[in-house]
Design a protein around this ligand. Sequence first.
Ligand code: ZN
Length: 385
Amino acid sequence: MSKNTEILLAVLGTTPQIITETLYYYTHEHYDSIRSFDKIIVFTTTVGKKVMVENLFKKGKLNKMEEDLGLKKGTFKFSKRDIIVFKDKDRELDDTRSEEDNLISMETILSEMRKYSNDPKTRMTATFAGGRKAMSATMSAAFQMLAREQDELIHIMVPDKKMEPPEKFNWYYPEDPASKEEELLVSRLPVLKIGKFLPIDTNKGTYLEMLDYMQDFIIDSAPIDNLTITRNIFKHNKEELVLKPAHASYLRYFIKKRKNADCNLDCKGCDKCFSSYDEIAEAMIKEILVEHSKITKDTNKYGHFLHAKSERETWLGSNRVLTSDGLKVLRGIARSDMSRLKGIIKKANISMQFKNDMLIKNQRINAQKQFGVTLRNKKNIKFEI
Ligand SMILES: [Zn+2]
């Protein structure tokens, strides 16, 4: 016995055979895929419902199949009540053709799926073999938003001949499952399961709202593809991040280090592209100071630069090397400058995507905490001044 509550979800047009074929497949031991469904939900139009009721119930195809499989009548837990017809307010749809119709089907499938996807003990088996192509796409999209690891998206195929008249109207399941002419093929479709693995509430909002959340989240997680730096202005497309010259000098130093490092583009931080506190302290009298000078040269902020320069240089020994006290002091200044910089970037009025790439990250490298940025598109980083 499976410990899951098994849910079968299907979209259907005017081929109710999809239901009998699927149930047959999961019931007959020939296929070695026994799955007994506790709930069967079918999404369709008024036309689909009519054909389904007529054939599966009135003509008794479902009971007949139970009989042929040696099962008690009513073993398949499926009745007219489990047929969900797409509805625009009070009007039931007889077809799904327009963009509006497709959105209605999407909302319907999504809200029904939500009922099951919150219970970790359920397993959803969703099939998109029936209905119009847009209905299939809709089922897959809802599945991607709500499916968990155990859930499966499946497709069922029968020999082409069974889908052509006259058999199209009469053939509901195999007489002999071993016969090549009656072969049922069920394939699981590997798809990306997204919604349940993102930090969003999948129980809230319409389909379009959820789609927006997810799309934004994915865009925010993607690296920026261009960056132009002019003095203390960092520009990505039309967005600008403007920092105080002193803060900008650190960021420019980290960005240059990353740009010039020959590590992989997807490096998350290594010896070549990141710096330890000692290296940052050293850079404060060299590279970071140079950046500060470039930013402020010919501006009224040049005085600040000269002030920072002379303050930092008081910590140089006679050989123009930082004294051990100097190293300690400059490490302390770097720590507080970088923490202030982090706060400013976090609060900046720029997209999450831009923010993520401008934030200075830290990594433990060679038993040391090291800092840097993880920009990917190094070729598109330009320093104008
Ligand atoms: Zn690296």
